[in-house]
Write a protein that binds this ligand. Structure first.
Ligand SMILES: [Zn+2]
Length: 200
C-alpha cells in the first residue's frame, strides 16, 4: 500500500474495465516517476473533466459534442437509411468499414430479460418517431450477434412491420455470441453488403 494521493489514484483506477491492481499500480507510478508523466497526468485530468459534459445526440442518441452528433449534422449522409445499433461503439465499428453513408439510431442497450432490460428502457419510441415523416426507406438492424442482439432485432422487426418501411438485418457470418465491434472490418463489411430483407 502506498500512502496518500498515490494510493487514492490506484484505488480510483483499479475498478475500471480491463485494469487490474497491477496495471493500476503501473499507471499511477507512470504519472509520478516517468519523464513526461506530469504532462500525461494533466492531459488525462482535463480530458476526464471535459468528458463529464458529454451530450447525446437528440436525434440518434450517439455521443455528441453538441445537440446533434457529427453524423446527423452531415448533409451528405443519406437520411433515408437508418442503421440501428445497441451502443455508440457499434456505430464506430460500422463507420470503420467506410461504405455506409446512411444515418444511425443508437438504442442505448439491448433487450435482456436476465439483466431486466425491456423495450421501454431503449430508445425505441424516438426511432418510431423518426419513421413518421416518410423520408426513411430502410431500417438496417445491426445489433450484436448474440442472444440479446437477436432478441432486440426480432422485437424491432415485428414492431416495424406495421410501419411499412423496408427492414433488413446484417447477414450471418459475424462471430456468434460476441459483440458487433469484435468483428473485423472485412467480415462486418460483408455482413453489411449481404444484409437480408426481413420485411418491405
Ligand atoms: Zn446523431
Amino acid at each position: 500500500m502506498y500512502e496518500g494521493p498515490v494510493q487514492d489514484l490506484i484505488d480510483a483506477l483499479c475498478p475500471l474495465p480491463s485494469i487490474g491492481p497491477r496495471s493500476a499500480n503501473r499507471i499511477a507510478l507512470h504519472f509520478i516517476l516517468r519523464e513526461g508523466g506530469k504532462e500525461d497526468a494533466e492531459r488525462l485530468a482535463s480530458a476526464l473533466m471535459a468528458v463529464q459534459s458529454v451530450q447525446f445526440c437528440e436525434r440518434c442518441h450517439n455521443i455528441a459534442a453538441d445537440n446533434l452528433c457529427r453524423i446527423c449534422k452531415d448533409e451528405r449522409r443519406d437520411r433515408a437509411v437508418i442503421c440501428v445499433v445497441g451502443q455508440p461503439k457499434d456505430l464506430i465499428a460500422i463507420e470503420r468499414i467506410r461504405d455506409y453513408r446512411g444515418t444511425y439510431h443508437v438504442l442505448g442497450g439491448l433487450i435482456s430479460p436476465i439483466e431486466g432490460v425491456g423495450p421501454d428502457d431503449l430508445h425505441i419510441r424516438s426511432l418510431l418517431a423518426r419513421l413518421t415523416d416518410g423520408e426513411v426507406t430502410e431500417v438496417i438492424l445491426a445489433t450484436d450477434p448474440n442472444l440479446e442482439g437477436q432478441a432486440t432485432a426480432t422485437y424491432l422487426a415485428r414492431l416495424l412491420k406495421t410501419v411499412g418501411v423496408k427492414v433488413t438485418q446484417l447477414a450471418s457470418g459475424l462471430p456468434v455470441g460476441g459483440d458487433l465491434d469484435y468483428a473485423d472490418e472485412l467480415t462486418l463489411g460483408r455482413a453489411f453488403e449481404g444484409r437480408r430483407v426481413l420485411s418491405t
